[in-house]
Design a protein around this ligand. Structure first.
Ligand code: ATP
Length: 370
């Protein structure tokens, strides 16, 4: 349901650490440039501190002021957070993105994987050019429920982490996946949601599957099936062009989304959105990549596509078709640059760093409105 549209949209920008900062600078430049090409609403983007480096400097990874800003913004644009060796006293890592997911109840992790010309052809099969699926990851429970709750009994030599699956959590993520499949049906002519689980071994996963089936029955126009997570790992490599929408628990989703990104050449072109009923946060699927940070080597493509996902979400939520057009312009400009091939990201063996990629995509914007 659309909400009353403001005259300008407040975007809380959280660049974070490592290449998060680099790809965020690139994305802000692109969003600003794209805004100048249309008469649509203005995005007012304000940066806030958070992340591992901020924790090292100031003693807090997600300051209250930043959390408030995220809560009060129309959307959150997020780079990446975390840094090797920056740890809390108990040895765990500051991971503010997980805290934000819980605080804003961002239960749906949406990770679209689509091949388009100019991306590496990782698989030999010709049909790999038809890869176009979305992984929907439950993000507020599952095995990640164990975060901060795990126990070690040194005397017994045992450690335990608990997986939590609730009816409410599974119903809402399943509904989200079916609603998404219905929207994709308009473009693809068919729709299918695959429940990815391990129902043959774990009681919690059998419960997940049962609840999924209950929801599936309410969506007559979308087909539903199931796959065990190990079999899905094979399908993703053997015939990923057969997939449409996948829904799975938190940990399986975490692992499969990196595998999925590998199908289109790596993390640099894999966007993601963390969606709840009241908030949306948009970030590349990759992390802070300490191995290439600070060297202008990061591919900003995933961040650009995450920015486009944010525009689409705002367009839908606030009934602003101009923002959806702006999202298409950004996607088209990026695809034109990659298809032309003159500017090729270092990630794919080319020579274009973050800045060169950004300049090329901005230069393509005037030709992207088609
Ligand atoms: P996290 O635990 O947060 O996922 P990570 O270090 O395990 O962090 P990434 O930061 O995503 O994982 O990096 C994985 C690999 O992918 C690294 O070799 C990194 O250089 C590469 N990589 C990630 N993002 C990009 C990008 N935008 N452009 C180029 N290479 C990237």
């Amino acid at each position: 349901m659309s909400q009353v549209s403001p005259s300008e949209f407040k975007i809380a920008v959280l660049p974070g650490d490592g290449i998060g900062v680099e790809v965020m600078n690139a994305c802000i430049a692109l969003l600003d440039a794209a805004q100048k090409h249309d008469k649509g609403p203005t995005l007012r983007m304000t940066s806030y501190e958070a992340g591992a480096q901020h924790y090292a400097a100031a003693g807090e990874a997600l300051p209250e002021r930043t959390l408030d800003a995220a809560r009060n913004a129309h959307a959150v644009l997020f780079g990446a957070m975390g840094w090797p060796d920056v740890r809390y006293p108990d040895g765990t890592e500051p991971i503010p993105q997980l805290d934000l997911r819980m605080a804003l109840d961002l239960y749906a992790g949406v990770r679209p994987i689509r091949w388009f010309p100019g991306l590496p052809k990782v698989l030999a099969n010709e049909r790999a050019t038809d890869i176009d699926f979305v992984l929907v990851r439950e993000q507020t429970e599952g095995l990640f429920y164990a975060r901060g709750r795990g126990t070690v009994d040194n005397q017994a030599g045992e450690a335990y982490d608990t997986m939590q699956i609730t009816r409410r959590g599974t119903e809402r993520i399943s509904r989200f996946a079916f609603d998404l499949a219905e929207r994709r049906k308009a473009r693809r002519g068919k729709a299918r949601v695959t429940c990815v689980d391990k129902a043959n071994v774990f009681t919690s996963m059998a419960f997940f599957r049962d609840v999924f089936n209950d929801v599936a029955r309410k969506y007559e126009d979308v087909s539903a099936d199931h796959a065990y997570v190990d079999a899905m790992a094979l399908t993703m490599v053997a015939k990923p062009w057969t997939l449409d929408v996948l829904v799975t628990e938190n940990m399986f989703g975490d692992i499969l989304s990196d595998l999925a990104a590998g199908l289109i050449g790596g993390m640099g072109m894999a966007p993601s959105a963390d969606i709840g009923d009241d908030h949306g946060l948009f970030q590349p699927a990759h992390g802070t990549a300490p191995d290439i940070a600070g060297q202008d080597k990061a591919n900003p493509g995933a961040m650009f596509l995450s920015g486009a996902m944010m525009l689409d979400w705002l367009a839908d939520r606030f009934d602003q078709p101009m923002l959806a057009q702006r999202a298409r312009n950004i996607e088209n400009a990026l695809q034109m640059v990659l298809a032309k091939g003159e500017t090729r990201p270092m990630e794919y063996g080319g020579s274009a760093g973050t800045r060169a990629m950004t300049e090329a995509v901005i230069a393509a914007l005037p030709y992207a409105n088609r």
